[in-house]
Design a binder for this molecule. Structure first.
Ligand SMILES: [Zn+2]
Length: 513
């Protein structure tokens, strides 16, 4: 995203690391390389693996400069000798860079092989830096392998790749491999702060954190973004201007959604989703934000918040939620939301809504789990005085006949959560053209009565009936479905509106009457 934005990259080139210790966030790798240079035990082939923007190319050039510096200091290039100055000016004759993404052919590698035999012009080593090496063709690999098998003593290969798993094992096994990691946010912020100080920019830490986070562990992207922000807003942008520049209009709904989950508030959570959907927010992104917040809650609870890439202010906002929310619910919500599948349509609210119903809705109506729930958590409230006994573990619908069962089982193939909701409905009417489903709670009817749910239900109903039918949803008549039991109590707890308020008072559990 950020790399495609137009930018001169002047700042990035200016702030490329010129010593190993300036490489941000890759200490184990740079320490090993420094030791190798200092002791003169340099490998003939290095493989640098890691996500984009983590410094693979910079490191490759540093290796070339360091091994050719006649007077390295503690394994670092001196940056003063004629050889180092050539590298600093980008004119080193003994560094050959090749981008395999644009030079995939065997001809280039053959030419490279022919040149490999030539002695370096000025320095001790000729260094071949091949970027995106996984893009080479099979023939090119074979040619490269021949060279790697018998490398001339004055040649060093540095192979860089974002996708090491696509490299032949024969290539990998002949290289010393280093895995570069994404730059930790605080390390990127420190580097940005250093750049700002030297360049005379004034951006507060929160603004720098936003830039670092937006670049997803790529320091190159982070510095390019910094350059763009300053080019647009001048050297002292406010945190809000930084947010604007990054297209990060602060949207509070990820936080609101997690707050509703923490409260166990299903209607509230569904309202947040609906309002975000109305505003055209991408649902996949909302789910991601909620997952990030939930993960933060979990880590805050376990006292491991320092491992989070989050701004202090945000953490302070999350702390009260972390203290109040039951841990089991956080874990359950994390699993459900992280597993929500948006592959069909990232803007569809359905996967998110189903995940929320799964976590906050009535418990799944299967006999063993109901029995378990009853055994572990007996309802504390007394049974209704005159109403029928609670129907725990029993089907709630009146006519769980063959058609209803078939609908539920067909639905189960499409989506388990939707099938659970369908299980609480009953078939009110069926005719040639229409199937009417009665749901016991107004909340459920409102929740289910949308085109996207009906589309699924109509597909299933048409399959079950063997003819195309419309599906309509309504409230089931109170006298037939107003039984008590833990499902109803659970639904009431979640804000469901009982439908038996007018006719069947005696059907409502005691605490509601
Ligand atoms: Zn030097």
């Amino acid at each position: 995203m950020a790399s495609e934005a137009p930018g001169s990259q002047v700042l990035y080139r200016k702030w490329r690391p010129q010593r190993f210790y300036e490489v941000v966030g890759q200490e184990p790798v740079t320490r090993t390389l420094r030791n190798a240079v200092a002791s003169g035990r340099v490998a003939h082939a290095y493989l640098l693996c890691g996500p984009r923007g983590t410094g693979k190319t910079s490191l490759g050039r540093l290796i070339a400069k360091a091994v050719n510096c006649p007077s390295p200091e503690d394994g670092e290039p001196c940056n003063r000798c004629p050889s180092c100055l050539e590298y600093l000016q980008g004119q080193a004759p003994d560094l050959v860079e090749m981008d395999a993404a644009s030079n995939r052919g065997i001809d280039e590698i053959r030419r490279l092989r022919d040149r490999v035999g030539l002695a370096p012009m000025g320095g001790r080593y000729k260094v071949y830096l091949i970027d995106e090496v996984h893009m080479l063709t099979q023939e090119a690999y074979n040619a490269l392998l021949k060279t790697l098998e018998e490398p001339p003593p004055h040649v060093i290969f540095v192979l860089a790749t974002t996708e090491p798993h696509r490299l032949p094992a024969t290539i990998v096994s002949r290289c010393q491999r280093f895995d570069l990691r994404r730059i930790p946010m605080q390390a990127a912020v420190d580097r940005l702060a250093q750049v700002c100080q030297a360049e005379g920019y004034d951006i507060d830490r929160r603004g720098l954190e936003q830039i670092a986070r937006a670049s997803g562990g790529s320091l190159r992207d982070a510095i390019n973004l910094l350059e763009q922000v300053v080019a647009y807003y001048g050297p002292s942008p406010t945190a809000d201007q930084v947010m604007d520049a990054l297209g990060l209009r602060a949207d509070p709904r990820g936080h609101e959604l997690v707050a509703a989950i923490a409260r166990g508030d299903l209607p509230g959570a569904l309202r947040v989703v609906a309002s975000a959907h109305d505003d055209g927010v991408e649902m996949r992104q909302l789910a991601r934000e909620a997952v990030a917040h939930l993960r933060a809650l979990l880590l805050l609870r376990t006292g491991a918040a320092d491992t989070l890439d989050m701004a202090q202010e945000e953490l302070a906002e999350l702390e009260p939620l972390a203290r109040s929310a039951p841990e089991a619910r956080i874990v359950q919500a994390l699993k459900a939301l992280a597993g929500a599948d948006f592959r069909d349509d990232p803007y569809s609210p359905l996967p998110l809504e189903l995940a929320l119903v799964e976590v906050l809705g009535p418990p799944v109506r299967s006999a063993p789990s109901s029995a378990q729930a009853a055994a572990q958590d007996p309802p504390a409230d007394p049974a209704p005085a005159e109403g029928p006994p609670p129907a725990q573990g029993q089907p709630q619908a009146d006519d769980p006949g063959p058609l209803h069962e078939r609908l539920v089982s067909l639905c189960r193939r499409v989506n388990l959560s939707l099938a659970d909701l369908l299980g609480s409905a009953r078939i009110a009417r069926v005719d040639e053209e229409e199937l009417v489903l009665g749901f016991p709670y107004r909340q459920l009817v409102e929740h289910m009565d949308r085109p996207m749910y009906r589309e699924v239900l109509e597909r299933i109903a048409s399959e079950a009936l063997g003819r195309p039918v419309r599906v309509r949803l309504e409230l089931a008549s109170p006298s037939r479905t107003g039984r008590g039991g833990h499902l109803l109590r659970e639904a009431l707890r979640h804000g469901a509106v009982p439908i038996a308020q007018e006719g069947g008072e005696d059907d409502v559990p005691a605490e509601e009457a």
